[in-house]
Design a protein around this ligand. Structure first.
Ligand code: SER
Length: 317
């Protein structure tokens, strides 16, 4: 019987994945954990307070619950990591190594760990960035993600740990807010638009970044974890892509639905981070190995985001 531990369950991805995993495996089979208090939506099943740097506690939880799979999501995102360099490096790398060591020593069936488009840097080809290319990230977040990708492949090859990973683009969802990322503007913009407020964007209007609707990100994650191991040719982390747009383009998509929405631009230190990342991603290996394909384009995502947020915020259309 599968028993899943999710770390960082209160985060943007963790919230949605925990809910989805509980739908698939049953509420009691999925243990949500986070350093933060449980949110209401996570209270349908077990919740444990956990600092992933506390290896003994992590080990106890895995043993006490007979955990077979870990979705290890606890990390600091790109913008926040630049403000807390030492801690970000420690949390992002040691957290994963703790999970990988326990997966090896306790013979866990599978591990999921998210990487990011942040593994790419200013020397990377920016358009349709290939699966294997120059990386050279220049943010602490990107450096930690790249190091961890190498560890994932190492643990797979040397210790037979079945760890699987995706390089998420910027993720856009309505169930939970992101915290401390460079792509967060693409979530905040919807909230402001619906509240009838202007939005001040911290990136330039023409800054293209790879993005994805959360429904697609959750689908990609579950599909990868359900794929036959022998089909997976990439054991560091898969490129996955869905949409690529600039702040000006997402503002225009929102204006299709809310014509008097207004955006202004005030770039800050996050512009430099965004400029070091690709415009778009080539995900053909993921398509080939496990049939990846996204369902949402910019217009479909914007429509769905606005409809769901309207309902959540009880704003009449
Ligand atoms: N969305 C993330 C960030 O902006 C990228 O992985 O930090």
């Amino acid at each position: 019987m599968d028993k899943i531990l999710v770390t960082g369950a209160c985060g943007q991805v963790g919230t949605e994945l925990t809910v989805k995993l509980r739908e698939i495996y049953g509420d009691q089979q999925v243990i949500a954990s986070d350093i933060a208090d449980p949110k209401e939506v996570l209270q349908q099943g077990p919740f444990e307070e956990l600092d992933v740097l506390d290896m003994d506690h992590l080990e106890d939880l895995i043993q006490d619950y007979d955990v077979t799979q870990v979705y290890h999501l606890a990390a600091l995102l790109s913008a926040k990591a630049e403000q807390q360099v030492d801690f970000a490096w420690k949390l992002n790398t040691q957290g994963l190594l703790n999970v990988l060591n326990l997966a090896r020593d306790l013979d866990l069936e599978k591990v999921y760990w998210p990487s990011s488009i942040a593994v790419f840097g200013p020397d990377t080809p920016v358009d349709q960035t290939p699966q294997v290319t120059i990386t050279n990230p220049n943010t602490v977040y990107g450096i930690s993600k790249l190091a961890c990708e190498r560890w994932c492949e190492y643990y797979y090859r040397k210790f037979d740990v079945d760890v699987r990973s995706l390089r998420y683009p910027g993720l856009i969802g309505y169930k939970a807010m992101p915290g401390g990322g460079t792509t967060d503007y693409a979530v905040d913009i919807f909230h402001k638009a619906l509240e009838g407020e202007p939005f001040e964007c911290f990136l330039e209007p023409d800054t293209y970044l790879p993005m994805m609707y959360m429904e697609d990100a959750v689908k990609a994650t579950i599909d990868l974890m359900h794929a036959e191991g022998e089909n997976l040719s990439v054991r560091d982390s898969y490129n996955v892509a869905a949409i690529s747009f600039s702040p000006a383009e997402i503002a225009a998509a929102i204006q299709n639905e809310i014509p008097d929405f207004n955006i202004t631009y005030q770039p800050d230190y996050r512009q430099e981070i965004a400029d070091s990342w690709p415009n778009s991603i080539d995900d053909s290996q993921a398509r080939q190995d496990w049939n990846w394909s996204p369902n949402y384009d910019l217009q479909a995502m914007s429509k769905d985001m606005l409809a769901n947020l309207r309902e959540l915020k009880e704003i009449p259309s």
